[in-house]
Design a protein around this ligand. Structure first.
Ligand code: PAF
Length: 284
């Protein structure tokens, strides 16, 4: 695996891969790699000639007061894990090169960025969409791989990649979970033992939603109410949102129509840690 830490070096390598007719798969990450990221790398490995894993803790997607400074960083460990999962290129650009002083060009995706995560984290998706489109322009992938865990991020990137005619296919990989159902996240490391136990409530609330839909419940308010009861029954936790929405437009649903695919999602603060999870439910 080759490590590249300069934008020009990555662009040059991508140009050579393209001229050689090789398929490039990109896995954009913020590092602190865990089994969920490694699954993204393996999916890319199965489809691409060249797998590029980028690690960039993107300051523009953190709001003031969020954990940008303390976000876990260990590029050496990440490089070993990425190589073990089959990466060919480990791209580690600097903030100074990605967002130099005076940077002023942003990708704003209207409509779907003001709800759910976007409501609690203003500016977050502008930072995400901008850095992802920059990474597409630098690494020139044929496809890029993202986790379903960040469902709204997937919707935003799909929209931006399509509307800006990047030609990059967006590949989405199911959420990887701990044996007790907790979705893998770099932020799980912030949980103490008690919080870690309570955190399984997110998965259990999604199970409750799935069971209710399977048993014929079609009233979104009843389903989100049941999800909230699972969370509050698990101990101290602050619900940020619980939502049943259209997976593409992210509009809240007022009824569940037969055949629809519904994005059930939630964000919950347990202690100082904000956790998110989601599941796509099919209404039979
Ligand atoms: O999902 C992430 O880790 C980040 O939001 C991403 C897509 C790498 C952009 O910084």
């Amino acid at each position: 695996m080759e490590t590249i830490d300069r934008v020009a070096g990555m662009s040059r390598a991508a140009g050579i891969f393209r001229r050689e007719g090789r398929t490039i798969g990109l896995v954009p990450t913020m590092g602190s790699l865990h089994a969920g990221h490694l699954e993204l790398v393996r999916v890319a490995r199965a489809r691409a000639d060249i797998v590029v894993v980028s690690v960039f803790v993107n300051p523009t997607q953190f709001a003031p007061g969020e954990d940008y400074e303390t976000y876990p960083r260990d590029p050496e460990r990440d490089a070993g894990l990425a190589a073990g999962a089959g990466a060919d290129v480990f791209f580690l650009p600097s903030v100074a090169e990605m967002f130099p002083d005076g940077f002023g060009t942003w990708v704003d995706v209207d409509g779907i960025t003001g709800v759910l995560e976007g409501k609690s984290r203003p500016g977050h998706f502008r930072g995400v969409a901008t850095v992802v489109i920059k990474l597409f322009n630098i690494a020139r992938p044929h496809f890029a791989v993202f986790g379903q865990k960040d469902a709204q991020q997937v919707a935003v990137i799909r929209r931006a990649a399509g509307e800006l005619n990047t030609g990059v296919e967006i590949v989405v990989v199911p959420t990887v979970r701990e044996p007790d159902g907790l979705a893998l996240s770099s932020r799980n490391a912030y949980l103490d033992a008690g919080e870690r136990r309570r955190a399984t409530a997110l998965r259990r609330s999604l199970d409750a939603a799935r069971d209710l839909v399977a048993s014929g419940e079609r009233d979104p308010a009843k389903i989100t109410g049941a999800m909230a009861r699972v969370i509050s029954g698990s101990g101290p936790a602050a619900i940020d949102y619980i939502s049943l929405a259209d997976p593409d437009t992210l509009e809240e649903l007022t009824a569940l129509r037969p055949g629809a695919v519904v994005l059930a999602s939630l964000a919950v603060r347990i202690g100082r840690t904000r956790l998110i999870d989601n599941e796509l439910l099919t209404v039979d």
